[in-house]
Design a protein around this ligand. Structure first.
Ligand code: SF4
Length: 62
């Protein structure tokens, strides 16, 4: 399981709070997801972050 963050991210930081193992804010103040597979123990919180994103900016990479 991997995620990507789309351009409509507004940098609110909610995903970083919910799942810091996967999401972080970059130098532009937008969220980015780790490039590697999500660690199994972080999958639940990563999905919570995706569902909770107010801009629907987080998508799974299929
Ligand atoms: S929750 Fe959504 S809008 Fe907020 S920083 Fe994360 S990806 Fe961006």
């Amino acid at each position: 399981m991997r995620f990507t963050v789309k351009d409509q991210c507004i940098g609110c930081g909610m995903c970083v709070v919910r799942c810091p193992q996967v999401f972080s804010l970059n130098a532009q103040g937008k969220s980015q997801a780790i490039a590697d597979d999500v660690p199994p123990e972080a999958e639940r919180s990563a999905i919570d972050a995706m569902v909770g994103c107010p801009m629907a900016a987080i998508e799974p990479v299929l």
